[in-house]
Design a protein around this ligand. Structure first.
Ligand code: NI
Length: 174
């Protein structure tokens, strides 16, 4: 088991499309274990393989709160096969530290995915879990939640974020 380094915006790899998983082997299972460990350590509620530098269609999600038992979903080759309604909720991302914004999503989604053994599952979710599914699947297409903001909000985000990065660099140099 190992923690993986999480890539941060504006890392170019985060803009790339991930490739379907065809081999359900030990390497895939190891990556899933590492991703779950990295997500819990962050802590976060979801992590997609490209965020740790692997362009594979796999995400890990756990939206249970600390009072509830773990509800880890490891979704390989996930697809949203149905969606309904609208929601507008605040999102953040482990690859965009220190920034949150409201994002438009579907309210309820049904996810079809394979587990690390290749078995197919379906799960319908709304609320935080439904949003998280949509957010993590976007990562597999090279889309970050900030890409879903209006052009004005996106450009404000970029300015603010790049300024923050610069300030951090200067602090590190000092
Ligand atoms: Ni994210």
């Amino acid at each position: 088991m190992a923690l993986r380094r999480i890539l941060h915006y504006p890392e170019p790899l985060l803009k790339e499309k991930s490739v379907a998983v065809t081999e359900f082997n030990d390497e895939l299972r190891q990556l899933a274990t590492d991703m779950a460990e990295t997500m819990y350590a962050a802590p976060g509620v979801g992590l997609a393989a490209p965020q740790v530098g692997e362009l594979k269609r796999m995400v890990v999600i756990d939206c249970s709160d600390s009072e509830e038992p773990n509800d880890l979903i490891v979704a390989v080759n996930p697809e949203i096969i149905a969606s309904e309604g609208d929601s507008l909720e605040e999102e953040g991302c482990l690859s965009v530290p220190g920034f949150c914004a409201n994002v438009k999503r579907a309210e309820t989604v049904t996810l079809r995915y394979q587990d690390v053994e290749g078995n197919t599952h379906e799960r319908t979710a709304n609320g935080l879990l439904g949003i998280c599914m949509q957010h993590e699947l976007d990562h597999l297409e090279g889309i970050l939640f900030v890409d879903r903001l209006s052009p004005l909000k996106r450009s404000l985000f970029r300015k603010k974020y790049m300024k923050m990065l610069k300030e951090r660099e200067q602090q590190n140099e000092a």
